[in-house]
Design a protein around this ligand. Structure first.
Ligand SMILES: Cc1cc2nc3c(=O)[nH]c(=O)nc-3n(C[C@H](O)[C@H](O)[C@H](O)COP(=O)(O)O)c2cc1C
Length: 168
């Protein structure tokens, strides 16, 4: 494929991409042999039911990348409406120990599974692709749990809560 690279203003392009509303996840990894990492990510998407495959992407320069690579596992923690503080904590570069004061239990491979999430998906990395300025991780879901409670949403740069549409 030999297509010419378009030149866009990155801030403006980010605004356009951000028009697509999503949930909010904290993707965690690491164990006693490595160190724990957690990254707020809304690039999560479910891909396949059979086999159960999900994806998410991490910016190339992330200081957490080596742990995701070494561990070859990750946990998608889908945040509930009352977990905005976790989204802010795990997207901050100023917090030195992101897990301090955060409630979690060790899951498969000793990876941190955050408490009180709407859903948690424990995954084994099946593919890692370099795509532009991000690394795309695909993973097989080996264990999951969920609860029926309000999910935290994110759209156009703001945290939102969902409400059912009234259809005329
Ligand atoms: C709502 C939201 C969604 C985000 N989604 C992603 C994402 O999908 N991938 C990514 O690399 N960074 C994403 N970020 C930014 C990271 O959370 C942020 O850069 C964080 O510092 C990453 O952790 P690190 O410093 O350990 O890499 C998002 C931030 C917010 C607030």
């Amino acid at each position: 494929m030999n297509t010419k690279k378009p030149v866009f203003d990155p801030r403006d392009l980010r605004n356009a991409f951000g028009s697509f509303g999503t949930g909010v996840t904290v993707v965690t990894s690491g164990n006693a042999q490595t160190r724990l990492v957690g990254v707020t990510a809304n690039s999560f998407s479910s891909v396949s039911l059979d086999p159960p495959i999900v994806l998410w992407s991490l910016v190339k320069g992330s200081p957490s990348l080596d742990v995701f690579d070494q561990t070859e596992r990750f946990v998608i923690n889908i945040l509930s409406l009352d977990q905005v503080h976790l989204s802010k904590r795990f997207s901050s570069t100023a917090v030195t120990n992101k897990f301090e004061g955060v409630d979690y239990t060790p899951g498969l491979g000793g990876l941190p599974v955050l408490a009180d999430c709407v859903a948690t998906l424990e995954c084994k990395t099946t593919e890692r692709l370099v795509v532009g300025d991000h690394i795309l991780f695909l993973g097989l879901v080996e264990q999951y749990a969920y609860e029926r409670k309000p999910t935290l949403l994110f759209c156009q740069g703001s945290y939102l809560q969902g409400a059912e549409c009234s259809v005329a």
